[in-house]
Each structure stands twice: as C-alpha cells, then as structure tokens.
Design a protein around this ligand. Sequence first.
Ligand code: HEM
Length: 472
Amino acid sequence: RRPRKYPPGPKLLPIVGNFLHYRERLKALGYHHLVWMELYKKYGDIVGMKLGRNYVIGVFGANTIREVFTREDFDGRPDGFFFRLRTFGKRLGIVFSDGQFWQNQRKFSLQHLRSFGFGRKEMEEKIQEETRSLIEIFKNKNSEPIFMHNAFDISVLNGLWAMMAGQRFDIDDERLRRLLQIIHDAFRLVDISGGMLNQMPFLRYVAPNASGYNQIKEILERMWEFLEETIEDHRKMFAYSQQPRDLIDAFLQKIDVKNDPTFTDDQLMSLCLDLFMAGAETTSNTMGFAMLAMIIYPDIQKKIQNEMDREVGRNRWPALCDKIRLKYTEAVLMELQRRVTIAPLGIAHRALRDTELYGYLIPENTIILTNLYSVHMDESFWKDPYEFRPERFLNEKGDLTVNDKHYIPFGGGKRRCLGESLGKANIFLFFTSILHNFNIERADDSELKLEGYDGVTMAPKPFRVRLIPRQD
Ligand code: HEM
C-alpha cells in the first residue's frame, strides 16, 4: 500500500512494488529518464514509486526541482547496499555521503583543489597543455578517420588528476585507456536510483551476473588497484614536513595529524574514486557529443569558426578570457548541454526526514530523482526543445541570456556539481582549440543523431570523424 499522501503513481504490487512495471517500460523506451517522463505525463510534477524496498519519487519541471534543490530536507543522498559497494561497505566518499561528514569532505576537497589550481589560471594552463598535446596527436593522424566518442577521456582526466595526484598520463597510456573504458561500461550498467541491487540486495546471491553484481565488483576491484598504487606512491614520496603537492598529499597530511577521525585511508580511496568517476565521465561524454553535433550541423561549425576568426584571430589559440566575446560559441555549448542533458536524472537525493513537497508526504529516506531532462525539454518554456538551436540562448543584441531555473546541467543548491568550473573550462578549451585547428568532417555514412547510450550519464555511441587541418 502507498503511504498516506504519498505522490501518485502506478499501482503497487507486494514485495516488488513498481519494479516489474518499471522494467517493462525501460525495455520498451530504452532510457531510464524516458520511463520517468512517461510517468510525468500521466501523474504530474511529482510521481511516487516503490522499487523493491525503496521509495523513489521522480520530480519534474523547473519549479518543483528548484524546490528540491533549495530545501535542506532533500540534501541527503541514498544509502544502501549498492551505494556502499564502492566504499568498502561503509558510507564514504563525497558523491553519496551526506550530513556533517559530507560537508567536511566537500569543504576540504574544494579548499585543497583550489590551492592546487582549481578555478584559477594554473588550471587553465594545465588544460591548455592538454589541448596542445591532443591536437598534436590528431594532426599526426593525417586526416584519417578517428573515433571521437572517447577521444577526450585521458586528456580531460589529466586536468583533474594534476590537482589530485600531481600526475599526467600519456594520451596513449593503454592501461588507463582500458580503465576509462570500464568506467564508461560501469556508468551504463547502473542507474542512479541504485538499480536492482539496491532495491533487492539478495539478488547478488541468486543472480550475481544478471543483477550486474559481478561486473560492478570487477570494475571496482580494478579501480581500487589503480588508486591504491597511486596513493601508495604518494605515501612513499611525501615527507609530512613538506608542503603538500596535491590533494592526495593534503589528505595524507590530514590523516597523519589525527585531529579528525573521519580522514581515513578508506575515505581517501573513496574520495579519489568519486572525483575520478564524476570528473572523467561527464566531461568526456559532453565533448564526444560536441564533436558529434559539429558533424550533424556543419553550418553551426562554420559559424563558430567565423566567430573565432573574428574575435580571436588565427595567430593564437583561444583562451578562457575569450569566452565573453565568443557568444555564439558559448550559446552552442549551452544548447548542447541542454539538448543532451548528460546527467538526465541528476544524482539521486534523499529525504533526510519525513517532509512535505507541494502537499504530498515524502517519507524519510525516500530517494528523489530530479529529472533535469524534463526541465531542458520543457515545451512551454523552450517552444521547440527537440531542435538544436543555439540562438535560443542569445537575445536580439546577440548577448547571452541564461535562465538559471530552466538551464541546470550541473544541478543546483548545496549539492550542485563540485567540478563545474573544471568541466566548463575543459569543454570550452578543447572545443574551441579543435575548431581553431581543424574542420571536422564526417567519416562514415551512418545516420547521425544526438542520442547516446543510456546510463547514469548519456554516452555517445562510437562514431568517427576526419579532422582536416584548417589553412592559416
Ligand atoms: C560537463 C561536466 C559535468 C556535468 C554536466 C556535471 C553534472 C553534475 C550533476 C548534475 C551533479 C548532481 C547535482 C545534484 O546532486 O543535484 C553533479 C555532482 C557532482 N559533480 Fe559534476 N558534472 C560535471 C563535471 C564534473 C567534474 C569535472 C567533477 C570533478 C571534480 C565533478 C564532480 C562532481 C561531484 C563530486 C558531485 C557531487 C557533489 C555533491 O554531492 O556534493 N563533476 N555533477
């Protein structure tokens, strides 16, 4: 039975709740966010479901989602078997922790990432070095077709890893490439509500393969092994009297001082894992889609290059300070992030206590899925949301206009994306550097659509392009 005043939704069955209905619709529609969109059309802005033993509500539309983002009652993150799997059975990390622990870890991470360059000129310089080496590699391909859906994986990670681990990976590093590929796979394997494993943890015994348990475990083991080596190297190299060189050093120093028992070896691993996963996948996938958009819309590509030639010129590469003048280019990147909505269901929140949302009762521990896609595709606001039309972000004078309530690719409120400035800088610098150096042409005849694989984040399907050097 539904709890009294619980939001409306499909009929509940014993034990499984709405699980069977959900699976059946997922099979038919192919994407988690579309299953929720179907429920939104039927039941309204707040939809109440029960998946296995978890109460899960879907929240839709700009106003309702803003309400969730701005209320402390909804600042929690779900707990449970699936969410603890990556953190040694404990509640650790930064993405899926909450309360005072999360606040301290978020503050610590931001403070130290900033001191190692995050959001500052050093970060831009690091990214620029990465754009240069990637473009060098692209040039050496002599306009041969190149796979683009994952071409940015390592370069994008390098910006983050410089601040976290003071390390940079070779763009051809085979081991890391494989690791990033399994992370892509992991993001496709799970869904943000915790999926079957959180709803029915016993499945790991009865169906270890079908429930995804074995695959997730294997991916995690490879990640742990990789991070353990990195942390171990830091432990050996870093004498505590020295100045920390990166976030891992700063954390090791904090463990050593022993004035805060929440700074543990397990938490260091979990924090690295969370930042690595959140930082690599989202940005790299956005770049993949950006390249795809450029071959689907060659006229838009040309317009961006014209703007760059006019505002930056051909004698130097674009930099972040050019952003304010590259208005059309910015509008294209915003339109891309709107149209694709890389994280269509955001990251699940949790009700910290029994509370109300627009008159409905939301029981403590309910998982809340903020359907960012519903905001970005709201017809009453955008009019033609399926069209790729960058001009919607420009006013008559050609200046950028952003409506913060209707454009929320990084979420909002206290749980807003921690890596936004890094993600944006990476996307802007890689995108503009590529278009500064190359014309992007399609290499295959297959039909191209701005649609990706389903998962926690949307991921572009494999596609190839030719990068033809532009004449000076
Ligand atoms: C295009 C790039 C990116 C997009 C679209 C994106 C999007 C998001 C979204 C939608 C959320 C959830 C907000 C919520 O809970 O309501 C989030 C959270 C988060 N993101 Fe990003 N993100 C991006 C890049 C990054 C990068 C580069 C990092 C690396 C530092 C990062 C780290 C995080 C973390 C740690 C959280 C969890 C914050 C918390 O729970 O307090 N993200 N991101």
